[in-house]
Ligand binder design. Structure first.
Ligand SMILES: Cc1ncc(COP(=O)(O)O)c(C=O)c1O
Length: 436
């Protein structure tokens, strides 16, 4: 790390007295009431009034018939993926995953929880490159992937940082190939998308849909997640699987593998207190994004983009990407990095180091799944087709890899909705000084 505090570019800047977080929980007081209620009434379990209330309120907000409360978004994604796989390929033996021997197309620039359930179920994720317009799955690359792997019937799609992807195109391509969508709306709760001329919520766009109430999300229960659906049968199946797949017998009787994935009534109490503030949080995050956009306008950078006609993001995280010709040299290893300070230029790590030196938290862009050591042997498809093995001593290769490029040049900015305008101005000032 460079000695930022003794760097003359940052002269007279004082560290924030309390840390400015990337995105921390924002409590309002009502959370305590519902948690206390659960304790006073002794519903300290995975059943109770808070769970019933949040399932009903979220189903209403999103516009689905059923919301099933689960322990986390990852659990929702696991059961959603398993439901899709059973519908496509049938029930598996107890010691085998339902995706055994099958490929699944997956968003590439996302948190690994989106796509790990494919591995939990013995499937093989094939990563689909990203597009620059929304930083989500590229419909063109998805088309290419169906050319390469026409047998694929399942696609896991995430909306990065709360910005909806190009879902009309993605849905059309999936429909044309008879493929089902698992939608990961963990980061995009409250984001809207215009589908066939009508505004709908993310979390309604797949055959199986998931959200998260993780501590860093737009509203939180400290943990928690939900499976969203219009199908009673699917909702009931997820309820069954999430409570150890107990049959209606007087003793513990099991015909299927089960999981302990149900939401706690205490956690549901926190979520119950948060739901009334979802729209307020979105408005605050939107204002943060707009303030960055205005404040960084004179720098060789752009904010994370979104489709203004077809989407209303929830602006969960504000991000920026540095223009190629303003990138100072940087190298990344597996766990470390080096960069040079160059006048008029900067790099994600210089900015992140500067923010950290003054007690503010940013984060690198989520490292693409196809670059993760665990998934390096998995296929990766770009707009040009197979994204692996494109070059060697004899083949120049075009190097199209949008996800790697956004990871290289981008970063997530402090996006906490408790950050004041003055604090955000100070962050914008620090970023400017990185380019001096
Ligand atoms: C895109 C995405 N999917 C899934 C998850 C997993 O959710 P959870 O932490 O609730 O398991 C997260 C974040 O945590 C996420 O950002």
């Amino acid at each position: 790390m460079h000695d930022i505090l003794n760097d003359s570019r940052f002269e007279h800047i004082k560290p924030f007295s309390s840390k400015i977080w990337l995105s921390s929980p924002t409590m309002h007081g009502e959370e305590q009431r519902w948690v206390d209620d659960a304790i006073k009434t002794n519903w300290v379990s995975t059943v109770g009034a808070n769970i019933n209330a949040v399932e009903q309120q979220i189903a209403e907000y999103i516009g689905v018939k059923y919301a099933v409360g689960l322990s986390c978004g990852t659990a929702a994604l696991h059961l959603a993926t398993k439901l899709a796989a059973e519908r496509l390929y049938g029930q598996a033996r107890p010691n085998e995953g339902t995706l055994h021997g099958h490929r699944v197309f997956c968003s590439d620039v996302t948190f690994d929880a989106s796509i790990n359930p494919v591995a939990y179920e013995d499937g093989e994720a094939v990563f689909i490159d990203t597009e620059y317009d929304t930083w989500n799955m590229s419909p063109q690359a998805l088309e290419k992937a169906f050319e390469l792997y026409p047998e694929v019937k399942l696609v896991v799609v995430a909306h990065l940082y709360g910005t909806p992807g190009k879902m009309d195109e993605i849905k059309k391509i999936c429909d044309a190939h008879g493929a089902l969508i698992v939608e990961d709306a963990a980061e995009s709760l409250g984001a809207k998308y215009k589908l066939n001329g009508e505004w709908v919520e993310t979390g309604t766009l797949g055959a199986y849909n998931c959200i998260s109430f993780n501590g860093n999300k737009i509203i939180t229960g400290s943990a928690g997640g939900m499976f969203l659906t219009d199908s009673k049968e699917d909702a009931d199946k997820v309820r069954k699987w999430s409570t150890q797949s107990r049959e209606a017998a007087p003793w513990y009787q099991h015909e299927e593998i089960g999981y302990n994935y149900r939401m706690s009534n205490i956690i549901a109490g926190v979520i119950r207190g948060q739901i009334p503030y979802l729209d307020e949080h979105i408005a605050q995050k939107r204002a943060i994004w707009a303030r960055y956009e205005q404040g960084l306008r004179d720098l060789p950078v752009r904010m994370n983009p979104w489709d203004r006609e077809k989407s209303k993001p929830n602006f969960w995280l504000s991000c920026m990407i540095i223009d190629e010709d303003a990138m100072a040299p940087t190298v990344r290893g597996e766990q470390d990095y080096l960069y040079k300070s160059v006048s008029g230029k900067s790099s994600p790590h210089e900015i992140l180091d500067a923010l950290a030196a003054f007690n503010a938290e940013g984060r690198p862009i989520w490292k693409p799944m196809h670059m993760q050591p665990i998934y390096r042997t998995h296929a990766f498809v770009t707009v040009e087709g197979n994204g692996r093995g494109r070059s060697n001593a004899y083949i120049a290769g075009s190097g199209v890899d949008v996800g790697a490029d956004i990871f290289r040049r981008g970063l997530c900015l402090p996006s906490d909705n408790k950050m004041t305008a003055e604090q955000q101005d100070a962050i914008i000032d620090i970023i400017h000084r990185c380019f001096v």
